[in-house]
Design a protein around this ligand. Structure first.
Ligand SMILES: O=P(O)(O)O[C@@H]1[C@@H](OP(=O)(O)O)[C@H](OP(=O)(O)O)[C@H](O)[C@H](OP(=O)(O)O)[C@H]1OP(=O)(O)O
Ligand SMILES: Nc1ncnc2c1ncn2[C@@H]1O[C@H](COP(=O)(O)OP(=O)(O)OP(=O)(O)O)[C@@H](O)[C@H]1O
Length: 491
């Protein structure tokens, strides 16, 4: 990229989250990722450069080690002409969803991250001229906490995502409760994975986006977004999955196309080589912990059918979902066990503020930082060192709980023999594919008190409203069955 000749007209709005905004180059397979801040939060250019450099280092030295180099694209920090950034900011403003405009793009430092455009096949510098479909999934936390520090019994039964849904709907973030449960997606059981993916397709929220040739064709900006339209989605997808066949349109066609999409995505998610060291962590509740969330409709329906002992087919160890789950499980103590350790580190820092650097709270995220994460002991010897290790592991785990997976699919050419990329078949076509992870920014140390409060809020809200409602329904049902018995007696 020639940074001297940057033209804002060659770039277009691509997407944004809570902390960054992404623009994509019209021809080349690259994106620029800018940081965003609340309007009154002034950061110096040096601070912004350091923040971005930390993101790159964390990706390189930690996430690449855990997840494998094929999945993690760290990019590089670039310095751009300020004029270009200002013009670009004006250009994209009208395309930004209103709900994201509480933060402004950083136009003062001129720094951004340059990354491969993962919504196109991973070829970095050159745009592919083949049609490309890309599915982005933010799977969230895929396990139920196994820590003995958990005090709310509900947290051992219902996963955080499913509990959080109720609070999100109550506060107006989303319109309705999703049937998606991360435990279904992470189960490795195909039926459960199909169910999870279909649920995401019904209620995408911020957990699913679909891009065609780099353009967003399916996804949900906020609670005001229109309801999901599967027939429109199927119209976009049909040429990919039924290229040469005159499958009639209508509900039958829509179902067939969605089924193909779900199957292909499941296959891709279960594929993968065994690179990366997350497998070596061997974390988790083993066979003891619950593998089904009580709130998942899939789990519920199986229980109603009397199939209470759900099989755990498990994820293949090489696949990205498995590795991501392993990193998530670095949250060994749950926020309830972690928070007192955070307080210990805080007290130490209040006394010795100059130690913040030595403790690597704000980086550098280097090899030494990575090595310390591998200590999985949970025996608290009362030291700051123990507390710090658990705090850093928690931050890494939270990062893995909030990352997204990008799956790019491109129909195979007739002569695909020279193509080195893996191939996934569908019933009427074949695709080359690539899988990548994005949004691997280490969660800040300062967010731990917020996590602690939010956790309490989610569980209390769920327990008070949903559980009480369930209990009321149960007692009504119980009364009804009593009434029924009385009637039977009378007869
Ligand atoms: O706390 P959660 O689970 O709601 O996750 C937040 C996400 O909300 P979600 O539940 O996925 O809609 C939230 O996503 P949205 O802004 O709601 O799209 C962010 O990803 C946030 O991360 P950060 O603070 O920007 O680094 C996420 O915060 P972290 O908890 O990962 O710090
Ligand atoms: N390298 C990339 N290639 C293609 N698209 C990308 C890339 N990086 C980010 N995006 C798109 O931009 C969106 C926002 O990026 P990202 O998730 O990194 O933002 P964020 O603000 O850090 O997220 P969060 O809300 O989780 O804090 C993503 O959902 C994705 O659609």
């Amino acid at each position: 990229m020639d940074k001297g000749k940057m033209d804002e007209n060659e770039w277009g709005y691509h997407g944004e989250g809570n902390k960054s905004l992404v623009v994509a180059h019209a021809q080349r397979c690259v994106v620029l990722r800018f940081l965003k801040f609340p309007p009154n939060r002034k950061k110096t250019s040096e601070e912004i450069f350091q923040h971005l450099q930390n993101i790159v280092d964390f990706g390189k030295n930690v996430m690449r080690e855990f997840l494998g180099e094929n999945y993690v694209h760290c990019g590089e920090v670039v310095q751009l002409p300020l004029d270009f950034v200002k013009q670009l900011c004006l250009k994209v403003q009208s395309e930004r969803p209103e709900s994201r405009c509480d933060k402004d793009l950083d136009t003062l430092s001129g720094y951004a991250l340059c990354l491969p455009n993962l919504a196109r096949l991973q070829t970095y510098h050159f745009a592919e001229h083949r049609p490309i479909l890309c599915v982005e999934i933010k799977p969230k936390c895929g396990f139920i906490p196994f820590s003995s520090d958990v005090t709310h019994e509900m947290k051992h039964k219902v996963c955080r995502y499913c509990m959080h849904q109720h609070l999100k709907v109550a506060t107006g973030k989303w319109k309705q409760i999703s049937k998606y449960c991360p435990l279904d997606l992470y189960s490795g059981n195909k039926q459960r994975m199909y169910f999870a993916l279909k649920s995401l397709l019904r209620e995408a929220q911020n957990n699913l986006k679909i891009f065609k040739n780099g353009e967003l064709i399916y996804g949900c900006k906020d609670a005001r977004s229109p309801a999901a339209d599967w027939s429109e989605l199927a119209h976009h997808l049909k040429p990919f999955f039924f290229p040469s066949n005159g499958l009639a349109s209508g509900p039958h066609c829509t179902r067939a196309v969605i089924r193909e999409l779900v199957r292909v995505i499941t296959r891709v998610l279960l594929s993968g080589s065994d690179k990366g060291r997350a497998g070596a962590l061997r974390l988790g509740p083993g066979s003891q912990g619950p593998c089904v969330c009580e709130a998942s409709p899939f789990g519920k329906s199986l229980r109603h059918q009397g199939k209470s002992s759900l099989e755990r087919s498990g994820l293949p160890k090489g696949c990205l979902l498995y590795k991501t789950l392993q990193v998530q499980m670095l949250d060994l103590l749950d926020i309830e066990g972690l928070y007192p350790l955070y307080r210990r580190v805080e007290q130490y820092l209040e006394e010795f503020p100059e130690q913040r650097k030595t403790l690597q709270i704000d980086g550098p995220y280097d090899e030494a930082f990575y090595q310390k994460l591998l200590d999985l002991s949970t025996e608290d010897d009362g030291t700051v060192a123990f507390a710090l290790t658990k705090v850093q592991q928690y931050r890494v785990a939270m990062t893995a709980k909030d990352c997204s997976i990008m799956i790019a699919l491109s129909p195979c050419l007739q002569d695909a023999s020279s193509d080195q990329r893996p191939i996934v078949p569908s019933s009427r076509s074949r695709f080359t594919f690539s899988v990548s992870v994005l949004d691997l920014d280490l969660k800040p140390y300062e967010s731990i008190p917020h996590q602690y409060k939010l956790d309490g809020k989610i569980v209390n809200y769920y327990s008070k409203t949903v559980h009480t409602k369930d209990a009321t329904m149960m007692s009504t049902r119980f009364k009804e069955s009593e009434d029924c018995t009385l009637v039977l007696h009378k007869v």
